[in-house]
Design a protein around this ligand. Structure first.
Ligand SMILES: [Zn+2]
Length: 172
């Protein structure tokens, strides 16, 4: 396990900005929650089944903005990253966050959560001058790459994004 110090600027209710340090632990054994996994991950209750055609990873903007569409029962095989759920809660609303969680936990949706920010091979600190959205997208992309290789490339992965600037940069 690896420990990182994460610096955050938090605003108090009086408007003062306070710099705090949080310990962030990274692990090698974060479960992928996918039935196709051959790597002995613990399979949780909410797992992506092997019969989905693709694994869909919405980015932060798509999850926050199109939660209603993502919630359609026809859409299965969605993988919600910790980065994305965190953004839905903090940059979106609790309602959106609960809707996405509800989709994962309904037992029939074939969707899962992946705690990408605790995964040693994926996590990267936000670089100085890097915009929050760019850093979040970088984590989403690194997660998709890792997940594809972790599943031995058995299933295509699609990142759902509206970001026209980053998509050519990251396309393979
Ligand atoms: Zn796995």
């Amino acid at each position: 396990m690896l420990k990182l110090d994460k610096y955050l600027n938090l605003k108090t209710k009086h408007g003062t900005v306070v710099r705090v340090v949080r310990e962030h632990y990274l692990r090698k054994d974060v479960p992928c929650n996918n039935e196709l996994c051959n790597k002995f991950c613990n399979k949780g209750l909410d797992c992506i089944p092997s019969n989905v055609s693709h694994i869909l990873i919405p980015d932060c903007f798509v999850a926050r903005t199109f939660a209603e569409i993502l919630d359609l029962p026809e859409l299965r095989g969605l993988l919600f990253l910790q980065t994305v759920l965190h953004s839905a809660l903090h940059d979106g609303s609790r309602r959106t966050y609960n809707r996405l969680l509800g989709k994962v936990h309904d037992g029939k949706s074939g969707c899962a959560i992946f705690a990408n920010e605790f995964c040693e091979d994926i996590y990267a600190l936000q670089e100085s001058g890097e915009k929050l959205e760019d850093w979040q997208f970088r984590l989403v992309f690194r997660s998709a790459e890792w997940y594809f290789s972790h599943l031995d490339k058995q299933k295509p992965i699609i990142i759902l994004t509206e970001n026209k600037e980053v998509s050519p940069l990251f396309s393979l």
